[in-house]
Design a protein around this ligand. Structure first.
Ligand code: CDV
Length: 313
């Protein structure tokens, strides 16, 4: 029996600083309806989908920083999204900034959740590969302060049985790291969904936009093929108060092919009918992990982070 899941990458256009949660949630609900009308059962929203991409701003006042975070999910601002999803019987992935408290200590994470067609949260992921820096870089057009505003995620890379298959999540920069997908593939992930906010310019290096888009696609296409899985990536795109984020939301098949992609940098619903069994032939032969992986030679991957070249002769 073929397992079919029609999925939507719901790309968001810009969210300006002045835009409130209620306006954003209305946009998310409009895309939820559009995806439902075309038969989708799962909608993938971007990373930090409820606010502007605030890590670009240097902030010192904890209250100002915490205003970008959600202390509960759902909450009064996002409840209408959960209600709409439950009414339609459609699930979603949502990225947001999570502020929680453990033993009296506030903890900040860049988080995503997986919500089922009944509006229940069935999975949570906290971003592991935080890019950027914790200090203020002088004389640049914007900062990338994820290392200042978030802690490294502490939940690992779990997967969930949902939507007729095995689902995994990651967030933005995680998609550039092969370990992200392999750890989920080793748990049987058949589809990994992710949201991203990627600036159109690199503050550290003069890099043309076409190359940035190439790297985005390269990582997701390679991950899909090397793990025989579907990968769905959803952008927050366009100019947020003058700061550009690229689009390029897409759905990648286990063959590594992009089968659907966004044409704009605005709110756009990109859909595809995915056969969750399509990756089986890849996982049974070329990437049959049980038959071919040679873990006795992979130790360095978990033993060290940085590069240790051989000593000079
Ligand atoms: N939000 C992100 O994680 N953005 C990174 C940028 C900084 C390179 C990304 O990997 O797209």
């Amino acid at each position: 029996m073929t397992r079919i899941l029609k999925v939507a990458a719901a790309q968001l256009g810009p969210i300006h600083l002045a835009e409130g949660r209620a306006q954003v949630v209305e946009r998310l609900i409009a895309m939820l309806h559009q995806a439902d009308a075309s038969g989708c059962r799962l909608v993938v929203f971007p990373e930090l989908a409820l606010t502007t991409f605030f890590p670009r701003y240097w902030m010192e006042d904890p209250a100002e920083i915490d205003a970008f975070f959600e202390t509960a999910m759902p909450n009064p601002a996002t409840q209408p999204l959960f209600d709409a999803a439950a009414r339609l019987g459609i699930g979603f992935y949502l990225g947001y900034a999570e502020l929680t408290e453990e033993n009296g200590t506030p903890r900040h994470f860049n988080t995503s959740i997986l919500v089922d067609g009944a509006g229940a949260i069935i999975g949570k992921y906290r971003k592991v590969h935080l890019p950027g820096h914790a200090h203020r870089i002088p004389d640049v057009a914007f900062q990338h302060l994820e290392k200042r505003y978030f802690e490294v995620g502490d939940l690992g890379f779990p997967v969930w049985r949902a939507f007729g298959g095995v689902m995994g999540m990651c967030i933005c920069n995680d998609r550039r790291w092969p370990e992200t997908f392999r750890v989920m593939a080793l748990q049987g992930a058949e589809m990994v969904v992710l949201g991203y906010n990627t600036p159109t310019t690199n503050i550290h290096h003069d890099e043309p936009l076409h190359l940035r888009m190439f790297h985005h696609r390269l990582c997701m296409q390679a991950a899909a093929y090397q793990n025989g899985m579907w990968v769905v990536g959803s952008a927050k795109a366009g100019k947020e108060d003058g700061h550009g984020l690229y689009g390029g939301s897409c759905i990648v098949a286990p063959t590594g092919e992009i089968v659907a992609q966004a044409m704009t940098e605005g709110d756009e619903v990109v859909t595809y009918t995915c056969d969750l069994d399509l990756g089986n032939y890849i996982k049974e032969v070329i990437f049959n992990f049980a038959a071919h992986r040679r873990i006795e030679h992979y130790g360095l991957i978990t033993e060290q982070t940085g590069v240790v070249p051989p000593e000079d002769a």
